[in-house]
Design a protein around this ligand. Structure first.
Ligand SMILES: Cc1ncc(C[n+]2csc(CCOP(=O)(O)OP(=O)(O)O)c2C)c(N)n1
Ligand SMILES: [Mg+2]
Length: 352
């Protein structure tokens, strides 16, 4: 069979705030997410801003040739990791793919260690030998950082198996993309996870593109919350641009897993503002499309507007931004002055 070549990419349906609020797959009912309260709103504002500023700086440093190799930025998707992190308890684990800087910062990893890894320096999380896609912190329960699309789905399922075996009541958040969701090992993992009632939340970050391919061109079933139906895994679509909706859905999913009910799927409807990686000029979509999401749905602006409406002053918010910028500046400075790894390190941390 010869497939007809499509010249123009199929139009990607716009994110619809009306339909993408947290809902049970199939019931079509949108709920208004509960308020987080001022204290938590301030915390999520700061945490999302930290990721945004860190990523902007990493992008600049990449452009200056200070960072080599691959570098995939998370800008636009911040509400997903920051909201999900609010649902976790100490001991719960996180694993993801290569778009991982935001996940590491949300897990509490040190911006200096992450940035030093990006510049390939010895104080980086992988001693300067892993780079953007390969960082880990057992202390912070972050299990990588994986460059093979969907590999982390099986690994995260394995972590959940260990939790169940040890009866430690921990839950593993396993993040992957809309493109990764079409990989075969995802479904082998789903089957085992449901069969053995493993405590794993599959967080599908649907940012509407896999490299240059729009979701509608690559996925026969683009409602990712339904991808576990044939394994009896419940799923929900969530407005991944609204940190309140993410937290509410995260709380429910994590509670389900912790109670021993098995896995849960959350499809986070989100958007990446930058190209797939630093080398992608993103010609497969229009500038207007990106600007519209930024203007209408930016996750940080949403929180900022709510804080201003709650009588927080512009100055107070600026002070948070200044504090965040200072931390990011210090990380960038550290990452440029830390020494490179000793050449002898070439022979350590490897299988012989
Ligand atoms: C097994 C495998 N196939 C292909 C690739 C090349 N590749 C890297 S990222 C990517 C797209 C994945 O998109 P998605 O899962 O939507 O994640 P996103 O980049 O949007 O966060 C592809 C095809 C790879 N790294 N590994
Ligand atoms: Mg994607």
């Amino acid at each position: 069979m010869v497939l007809a070549k499509t010249k123009k990419p199929a139009a990607v349906p716009a994110l619809n705030p009306q339909t993408c609020a947290s809902r049970r797959s199939g019931d079509g009912v949108a709920d208004t997410p509960p308020d987080l309260g001022k204290e938590v709103e301030l915390r999520v504002y700061r945490d999302m801003l930290m990721i945004r500023r860190f990523e902007e700086r990493a992008g600049q440093m990449y452009g200056m040739g200070l960072i080599g190799g691959f570098c995939h930025l998370y800008i636009g998707q911040e509400a997903v990791v920051v909201g999900m992190q609010l649902a976790l308890k100490p001991g719960d684990q996180v694993i993801t793919g290569y778009r991982d800087h935001g996940h590491m910062l949300a897990c509490g990893m040190d911006p200096k260690g992450v940035m030093a890894e990006l510049t390939g320096r010895r104080s980086g999380y992988s001693k300067g030998k892993g780079g953007s896609m390969h960082m880990f912190s057992v202390e912070k329960n972050f299990y990588g950082g994986h460059g093979i699309v969907a590999a982390q789905v099986s690994l995260g399922t394995g972590i959940a198996f260990a939790n169940r075996y040890r009866q430690n009541r921990n839950v593993c958040l396993t993040y992957f993309g809309d493109g990764a969701a079409n990989q075969g090992q995802v479904y082998e993992s789903f089957n085992m996870a449901e069969l053995w009632k493993l405590p794993v939340v599959y967080v599908i970050e649907n940012n509407r593109y896999a490299m240059g391919t729009a979701v509608t061109r690559a996925s026969a079933q683009a409602d990712f919350s339904r991808r576990g139906l044939s394994f009896n895994i419940p799923g929900e679509q969530v407005d991944g641009m609204d940190v309140r909706a993410v937290k509410a859905a995260g709380d429910k999913a994590v509670a389900w897993c912790r109670a021993g009910n098995g896995p849960y799927i959350l499809e986070m409807q989100t958007y990446r503002y930058r190209g797939h990686s630093m080398s992608d000029p993103a010609k497969y979509r229009t500038r207007e499309e990106v600007d519209k999401v930024r203007h209408d749905q930016d996750p940080i602006e949403q929180v900022r507007n709510r804080l201003l409406a709650a009588k927080m002053s512009e100055q107070e918010l600026k002070a948070i931004d200044a504090e965040v910028r200072e931390i990011v500046n210090a990380a960038a400075d550290f990452a440029q002055h830390d020494p490179e790894p000793d050449p002898a390190e070439l022979y350590t941390d490897i299988y012989r």
